[in-house]
Write a new protein. Structure first.
Length: 171
């Protein structure tokens, strides 16, 4: 099956999005920590789900959407899928710790594994891994970079807007 992809602009940089008839497969930030390889069945182009994803992301970034309504088809292990499903239950403007996320999946001893699964989330923003923070409230590692995590949490009101968004992405 062909997976269609395209790059779309966003306030956090150009995002690579990919989907097929099963659902959204990928949202990738610029300079990702774990870039996704594009196999032969990936094709640049339009797909109705990419159009809808772009529309919903635009609404999110403009403050008009708090929850996404898209069919999702991330690929991962059963454990990763369990963690990613649990991430979807973290409300807009809320944050939880890695320990709390491990508790939510019923395995408090799996904090490190939960952190690793969180870091491999192929659908950031839509599956809100940015809402997981350190137990002390610190912003910890994020595939899109800490300025992006800070921007997303400020956009949602989970963090005060301590500096203008443009300053977060200045190099």
């Amino acid at each position: 099956m062909t997976i269609y992809y395209q790059t779309i602009p966003s306030p956090v940089g150009d995002l690579l999005i990919a989907a097929d008839d099963h659902g959204l497969r990928l949202i990738e930030f610029p300079d990702p920590r774990h870039p996704m390889a594009k196999p032969e069945q990936w094709q640049s182009g339009e797909h109705p789900l990419l159009v809808e994803t772009r529309r919903q992301l635009d609404e999110y970034f403009s403050g008009q959407r708090e929850r996404f309504d898209l069919p999702l088809a991330p690929e991962g292990t059963a454990f990763q899928q369990q963690v990613w499903m649990s991430l979807r239950d973290i409300g807009y403007g809320q944050t939880i710790s890695y320990r709390q996320l491990a508790e939510r999946i019923g395995n408090v001893k799996a904090m490190r594994a939960v952190g690793a699964a969180n870091g491999r989330n192929p659908l950031p923003i839509v599956v809100p891994c940015h809402r997981v923070i350190g137990a002390d409230g610190s912003l910890t590692g994020f595939g899109g970079g800490l300025p992006t995590k800070q921007f997303l949490l400020q956009l949602e009101g989970a963090l005060p807007r301590s500096q203008p968004a443009a300053d977060l992405f200045a190099h």
